[in-house]
Design a protein around this ligand. Structure first.
Ligand code: FAD
Length: 471
């Protein structure tokens, strides 16, 4: 039993089902709860944008405020520090004379974690890292990490059924009071960021934190009863309930995947069990899978050649990249999705697939630029899921199919058959009737003139030839 220990919160910003927190409490008399803002998370990336942009930073600040409130409610508080964790944590550990540090293990932080471990060990302090971000525990899957299959369906078939989902950890009900200065949360400005806009067109008025996460879980499953139709609605583009919207809370750990699992099982017993209820778990397995793959391949995931070490054919035209990110491609379905991302920090899965494919396959721009752009903008950014999905679409990740290609016109007509999504985000085209909104330049000149819309003036001319999608 330790006299004193630190629990270092990372992407596990919750009290429910927090194994690292429970272990720290069980094994020590007094636990100091710490969060550290790492300046590297706010630094500029190769495309000149902050790694963490305002949408996610605001969501994180709200999540930390909620954690602080919830810790205060059970008697303790959250210590806030800024600086490189490998320096700050050992310094604090020495200052408050702890014998151990507990934290969750991350999948792509090996170097940082071993540097921290070494530093702490040199002071005689133990570091205990606990795996807890996935639904299936890494020690329970049927393979050592180096042998995790490179194809998702094989992973799923072999893991499903034989790998148990572990019981949730108990939520602590009281903690001793903090006997030192807690420190306060920085503002967005302190982090070098602009204010995050709150756009009323967003799918949800996102609010960070465990309390809001559990409310969304209650709302989606129980109050709105959406789970029973998830498989049919999940490819939607408009509104709060076509999909769960759990991703942002899952990404910073305000919500545990096992909590979702437990609620889905309860829903299956009390309401309905069908292919939709199964499918939400199926999607959580995709999330797990990308984490295991990231652990298996490490930094390779972030390289343009990807997991396959495959040279990619690209032209890296900065002008094309700029038009893509500024939603000025002249392809309404792409621009509508990019406008949503830029205005809200969120994008549907269908939208993400289309804009990623368009950038890589139609504009032939380096997929890592797109991944970095998503990393900065997304409220739910998660290294494994973002880079795993981008490399998949680029054909250098886990997709067993060679040359998967999204025909943007077919996608637009299938998933936005009446053009409502495009009309919502590009109101200047709203006079174009029905699905004709997807291909404005195909309208006969007289019909286009009658709408008063001038392509090239009111809306950009297309930067690709639509004919290739119309076979
Ligand atoms: P739902 O459809 O309700 O799914 C439930 C949960 O399952 C999600 O919250 C998510 O945790 C998981 N999930 C669903 N689809 C996927 C998937 N394809 N890969 C991994 N997990 C999945 N997801 C992120 O959480 N963070 C990212 O940074 C991210 N980047 C992406 C980049 C690209 C290019 C693409 C194509 C997908 C990306 N995704 C990412 C996956 C997916 O688009 C989002 O998880 C999903 O849109 C979030 O909405 P939701 O919570 O309503 O999902």
């Amino acid at each position: 039993m330790h006299q004193r220990a630190i629990l270092w919160f990372r992407n596990d910003l919750r009290l429910h089902d927090n194994v690292a927190l429970c272990e720290a409490i069980q094994k020590s008399h007094h636990v100091y709860l710490v969060y550290c803002f790492d300046p590297r998370d706010y630094a500029e990336t190769a495309i000149g944008l902050p790694k963490t942009g305002p949408y996610r930073a605001k969501f994180l600040l709200e999540s930390l405020q909620a954690l602080k409130d919830n810790l205060q409610a059970i008697g303790s508080d959250l210590i806030i520090r800024q600086g490189i964790p490998e320096h700050v944590i050992p310094q604090l550990a020495k200052e408050i004379k702890v014998q151990a540090v507990f934290a969750s293990k991350e999948v792509v932080c090996e170097e940082m974690e071993s540097a921290l471990e070494k530093k702490l060990a040199s002071e005689g302090i133990a570091l205990s890292l606990v795996w807890q971000s996935t639904l299936l525990h890494v020690d329970d899957i049927p393979w050592p990490i180096r042998n995790v299959p490179d194809v998702f369906s094989q992973f799923r078939k072999e893991a499903e059924g034989v790998t148990p989902v572990r019981e949730m950890a108990n939520k602590p009900c009281c903690l001793p009071p903090l006997d030192m200065e807690a420190g306060s949360l920085p503002s967005l400005e302190d982090l070098g960021l602009e204010t995050a806009r709150q756009d009323e067109r967003a799918v949800l008025p996102y609010k960070g934190g465990e309390t809001a996460a559990l409310q969304r879980l209650q709302q989606y499953l129980w109050d709105h009863d959406c789970l029973k139709a998830y498989k049919e609605t999940r490819d939607g583009l408009l509104g709060a309930d076509y999909s769960s919207k759990f991703s942002a809370w899952l990404a910073n750990g305000s919500l545990s995947p096992r909590m979702i699992y437990r609620e889905v099982k309860r829903y299956e017993q009390e309401r309905t069990k069908n292919r939709s209820t199964y499918w939400l778990i199926f999607e959580l397995l995709w999330r797990d899978y990308f984490r295991f793959v990231a652990k298996k391949y490490g930094n390779k995931l972030l390289q343009p050649e990807g997991l396959k070490d495959k040279p990619v054919d690209q032209c890296n035209d900065e002008g094309s990249f700029k038009r893509w990110k500024n939603a000025e491609t002249g392809v309404p379905f792409i621009d509508a999705n990019m406008r949503e991302l830029n205005a809200t920090g969120f994008l549907s899965n269908r939208g993400r697939q289309n804009v990623a494919s368009f950038l890589i396959k139609d504009l032939r721009v380096n997929w890592t630029w797109g991944a970095l752009y998503f990393e900065s903008l997304l409220i739910d950014h998660d290294v494994s899921s973002n880079w795993g999905n981008w490399s998949y679409i680029a054909g250098v990740g886990n997709d067993p199919r060679e040359n998967r290609y999204f025909n943007i016109m077919s996608q637009a007509k299938r998933y936005d058959p009446r053009g409502e999504y495009v009309r919502y985000w590009i109101p200047e085209l709203s006079d174009l009737p029905g699905k004709k909104i997807h291909y404005p330049t195909a309208l006969p000149a007289a019909e286009l003139a009658a709408t008063g819309i001038s392509i090239g003036k009111d809306y950009p001319k297309p930067m690709v030839d639509f004919q290739k999608w119309l076979y």
